[in-house]
Ligand binder design. Structure first.
Ligand SMILES: Cc1cc2nc3c(=O)[nH]c(=O)nc-3n(C[C@H](O)[C@H](O)[C@H](O)COP(=O)(O)OP(=O)(O)OC[C@H]3O[C@@H](n4cnc5c(N)ncnc54)[C@H](O)[C@@H]3O)c2cc1C
Length: 382
């Protein structure tokens, strides 16, 4: 478990409660959910029941009224279930969909979607990416044509986490004929709306307990009251949303890296070669020490940024730095930890392979390494 001056006694108590829950109710099912390629929807309900989905949302909407750091703690502790797909599936709800509903949703939308989402009764997904528009969000092609008190949505989205199971989708679409970031609006589309089609569940390298979908919107008629935020301001809403999403990625990566390192330390103390535990070889000890140092550096940066967000700031450059650095450290740690396991590390029987597969995604999702560097470099007056 992590401790740091940004956390107070209340945070520590919340961490302990979540940790115990994860170890008792989630971790024992990790293997089964990985095999089944999906954790059950009941996990959302259970987390909602316990108040964990709404830790940093106002009590008025069924949240716990805690601060942002409570959400950071949830992201870290969920990693102890050792199935990255669970952390990601829940994170999409708590740190991608709900922040938007809360920040830009009308009171009506908050009542219809945020309140049940925090209870875990409705599951949401966020549909930005398209087959031909990934890093370049402003180039999305999905359109929303006004039609009286409705809009008709047409387009395709891909790589959508929770897309198969979602009860509602937040869809990024543009006014027909609009270009670039102008004319982009967010719409909430309910499951079951004619023309909202889950065309495919995607087969992934890692994060296998999460569902990732390809979705099609075909003449999908959505009422104007389901516009999320301001019409034409969707691009800015998404640019804001990406900030908490990126920090969630950074925070969960650091937590995952620590677990992978702990796993490696345990293994090297047990494994004997050349008549001694392999932990006694300097080549291994020094690499472990280096990885521990890198994790600590990533943790400090991540907590520094989390403290800023907690204070109401969204420092884009530092958030990108934290995501870039922490996610790379996490994958390097997982790779080295697998190496320390030798051939056993490459076997599916050992959990370390899953950290290696799962940790790779965070360098892509929510903005790639290259996009993070682009954001940072733009603020360097080059
Ligand atoms: C498992 C998974 C879950 C996901 N979940 C969601 C989700 O829930 N909702 C959602 O909307 N999306 C989701 N995504 C999509 C994710 O956000 C995108 O994959 C990511 O933003 C990159 O887009 P892309 O895959 O189209 O790659 P591209 O944008 O095509 O990039 C390809 C390569 O080119 C590089 N590149 C692109 N532009 C530049 C540039 N300007 N300078 C330098 N290099 C550049 C990229 O860094 C990358 O290395 C998910 C993806 C995965 C794999």
């Amino acid at each position: 478990m992590s401790d740091h001056p940004i956390f107070n006694d209340e945070h520590r108590a919340i961490r302990k409660t979540i940790h115990e829950f994860v170890i008792k109710e989630l971790a024992p099912h990790a293997e089964e959910w990985e095999e089944a390629e999906g954790f059950p929807n009941e996990v959302f309900k259970r987390l909602g029941e316990l108040g964990f989905l709404g830790l940093h949302y106002p009590e008025k909407y069924g949240g716990q009224g805690g601060d942002y750091l409570c959400g950071v703690i949830l992201a870290e502790e969920l990693q102890h279930c050792r199935s990255g797909g669970v952390t990601m599936g829940i994170g999409v709800q708590t740190d991608m969909v709900c922040p938007l509903l809360h920040k830009v949703g009308s009171e009506d939308i908050k009542q219809r979607y945020l309140v049940p989402a925090l209870r875990g009764e409705l599951i949401g997904c966020l549909c930005i990416t398209e087959p031909d528009a990934g890093s370049d969000v402003a180039s999305i092609r999905t359109t929303a044509q006004p039609d009286g008190a409705h809009y008709i949505i047409n387009g395709a989205k891909t790589f959508i986490t929770n897309g198969v199971r979602a009860d509602f989708a937040v869809v990024v679409a543009r006014a027909p004929g609009s270009t670039s970031y102008k004319g982009i609006t967010l719409f909430i589309v309910d499951k079951g709306t004619p023309g909202f089609i889950v065309s495919r569940k995607l087969n992934k390298v890692g994060m296998r307990s999460s569902d990732t979908a390809e979705l099609i919107f075909q003449d999908c008629r959505v009422p104007a009251k389901n516009i999320l935020g301001q019409e034409g301001q969707g691009f800015y809403h998404i640019m804001w949303e990406l900030q908490p999403e990126r920090l969630y990625g950074a925070v969960s990566s650091v937590a995952g890296a620590q677990i992978a390192l702990d796993e490696a330390v345990k293994y090297v103390k047990e494994r004997t070669q050349f008549g001694r535990p392999i932990s006694k070889f300097q080549a291994i000890r020094h690499r472990l020490a280096q990885l521990a140092t890198e994790i600590e550096a990533a943790r400090q940066l991540t907590y520094y940024v989390a403290g800023k967000i907690n204070a109401g700031e969204f420092p884009g450059k530092e958030i990108s730095m934290a995501k870039f650095f922490a996610t790379r450290v996490a994958h390097r740690v997982a790779d080295e930890a697998l190496q320390f396991h030798g051939g056993y590390g490459y076997m599916m029987d050992y959990p370390i392979q899953r950290f290696w597969r799962d940790s790779r995604l965070a360098r892509i999702g929510g903005g790639t390494d290259e996009i993070m560097l682009e954001i940072i470099s733009r603020q360097m007056d080059l």
